[in-house]
Design a protein. Structure first.
Ligand SMILES: Nc1nc2c(ncn2[C@@H]2O[C@H](COP(=O)(O)OP(=O)(O)O)[C@@H](O)[C@H]2O)c(=O)[nH]1
Ligand SMILES: [Mg+2]
Length: 492
């Protein structure tokens, strides 16, 4: 901390050679004291916390800073800056905020506490904290009248707790099954590792590290697992600084692992001797790769139920999945449709919607839950239809969804995927940006669903990719997480 405070020293020294009468000297001293009290501001020091300020990403943070003694800072210059004095994070000078040279990334995100300046409070409000806000700031206060100044360094540590990891299958590869673990929205960067059912670390493959537009970390860690032991694999994300650990586990049934019959090994050995083995082996494994989902689906059919408010796009989504007009408009009754979709046997149940703005009559609510009897012994997946719009999703709408889903079972969230219908409304923009804008209630709902969602559009009927990807997400959810189907008491 540097400090220059000159005004107490000037004029107080009276040298022995100076001669004045007792009364003259008294007058001089009184005159000096009067002059000092009238025109010189008091000396001040700048104080702030010694420990770093922890700022939650996306939220508001206050960087504390105050003067001591608590003189008014209204007439002083208050300059918050990082490395470059001339490019302030925030500048208050001549009794007003001056944004002329403000660092662009802080535009519209900073403020002082105007009502508190007179009490010597020069703290900075920082809105919508970003990862790039992490680091040191200087709170610099200067008196123009006297050229005296003081400053203090305030450190900011940005904290963002990311999502639960999501595990997905990449397919057969190198004689095992390729898995990917993904977790997003972290700061600082966490560690990701894979463990077996005993908690022992597994040799994992490559880690991909990316940053989202807010600078938060997205991590993907890959692994190839082989049959053995309990076939349970855990992906663990650890952020030591904030003592955060998030985990996800998968269980892969033994019969999903690739088994090479003994005759095949003998055959390859024979080919190896003749020198033509490599292309043949590559072809063999290439054919198996990517077929995992198909194999799973052929063993067990998929049962899906569509739920949501009226006009959410449930019937339309059901028709898109089955690629025919199975469900009509004005769904007043439960309806079921079956079909072969992307190599799978699929059952889709369409339901009447609940009311968005008013209490849904009890008989309608119980009718919605009774629709599950159309897909015994219970659905694998509950698709909660929520249309894509720009506006936030009202708390009331989310409350209606939570109420109706929980009428099915308390475990319903483990089987739920949010289906963002009317995906064409996005016009090619990123769904994650749309989700971010649509409010805290929706974010909490997504979290309850393990952040599983899928974008769907009735206008996208080209190649069936959106339907196949939806089915794969359902398969990841039910088989990889060993969830099976939703047990509904009256279906048991
Ligand atoms: N543009 C567009 N319109 C859709 C989409 N999905 C549904 N709609 C329209 O939204 C309205 C309500 O859809 P519907 O499936 O009947 O809703 P439900 O009450 O939830 O079954 C209908 O006019 C549909 O044509 C979509 O993906 N894109
Ligand atoms: Mg309908």
């Amino acid at each position: 901390m540097s400090q220059v405070s000159l005004f107490w020293t000037e004029g107080l020294l009276v040298s022995p050679e100076m001669k004045c009468s007792r009364s003259e000297c008294l007058c001089l001293v009184l005159l000096f004291l009067h002059h000092t009290a009238q025109s010189k501001p008091e000396r001040f020091q700048v104080f702030g916390p010694a420990d770093p300020v922890v700022a939650a990403a996306g939220e508001e943070a206050v960087l504390p800073c105050h003067l001591q003694p608590n003189i008014s800072a209204e007439d002083l210059e208050v300059r918050w800056f990082r490395e470059d004095f001339l490019a302030p994070v925030h500048l208050y000078v001549n009794k007003r905020n001056d944004y002329t040279n403000q660092i662009p990334s802080y535009r519209g995100r900073t403020a002082l506490f105007p009502g508190e300046l007179k009490k010597g409070n020069t703290s900075l409000r920082l809105l919508g904290v970003k990862a790039s806000d992490d680091g040191s700031y200087k709170c610099f206060v200067k008196s123009k009248d006297t050229d005296s100044y003081d400053d203090r360094v305030i450190r900011v540590t940005v904290k963002a707790i990311g999502t639960e990891p999501v595990i997905s299958i990449e397919g057969y590869t190198e004689g095992g099954i390729g898995l990917q673990c993904e977790s997003k929205g972290w700061y600082p960067e966490p560690e990701v590792d894979w463990r077996d059912s005993e908690g022992r670390g597994l040799p994992a493959g490559r880690t991909e590290t990316h940053r989202d537009p807010e600078g938060l970390f997205i991590l993907r860690k890959h692994i190839i697992v082989h049959e053995g032991g309990a076939n349970s694999f855990t992906c663990r994300v650890t952020q030591r600084q904030f003592h955060q650990v998030k985990e996800a586990q998968v269980h892969i049934p033994g019969d999903f692992f690739p088994h090479i019959p003994p005759w095949t090994i003998a055959f390859f050995l024979l080919l190896a001797v003749s020198g033509v083995a490599i292309p043949v082996i590559i072809t063999y494994f290439y054919k198996r790769k990517g077929k995992l989902h198909e194999e799973i689906a052929q063993m067990r059919g998929l049962r899906i139920v569509l739920l949501g408010k009226t006009w959410a796009g449930k019937s339309t989504a059901g028709n898109t999945i089955l690629s025919r007009d199975e469900f009509g408009r004005d769904t007043e009754q439960c309806a079921v449709g079956h079909g072969r979709v992307a190599g799978r046997q699929v059952t889709v149940v369409d339901t009447p919607g609940w009311y968005e703005h008013a209490d849904t009559p009890e008989n309608l609510s119980s009718q919605i839950t009774s629709c599950l009897s159309l897909c015994p012994p219970g659905p694998h997946a509950v698709l909660l239809a929520i249309p894509v719009w720009h506006s936030t999703v009202p708390e009331m709408e989310i409350a209606a969804a939570v109420k109706h889903l929980e009428l099915l079972s308390q475990r319903v969230w483990r089987h739920t995927i949010v289906l963002f219908t009317r995906g064409d409304f996005l016009g090619g923009t990123d769904i994650r940006q749309n989700i971010k804008r649509r409010g805290e209630p929706l974010h909490r709902l997504l979290e309850r669903c393990g952040n599983r969602y899928h974008v769907f559009s009735s206008q996208d009927v080209e190649d069936g990719t959106q339907v196949r990807e939806l089915l794969e997400k359902i398969e990841d959810m039910i088989y990889l997480r060993n969830e099976g189907h939703l047990e509904w008491p009256s279906l048991a």
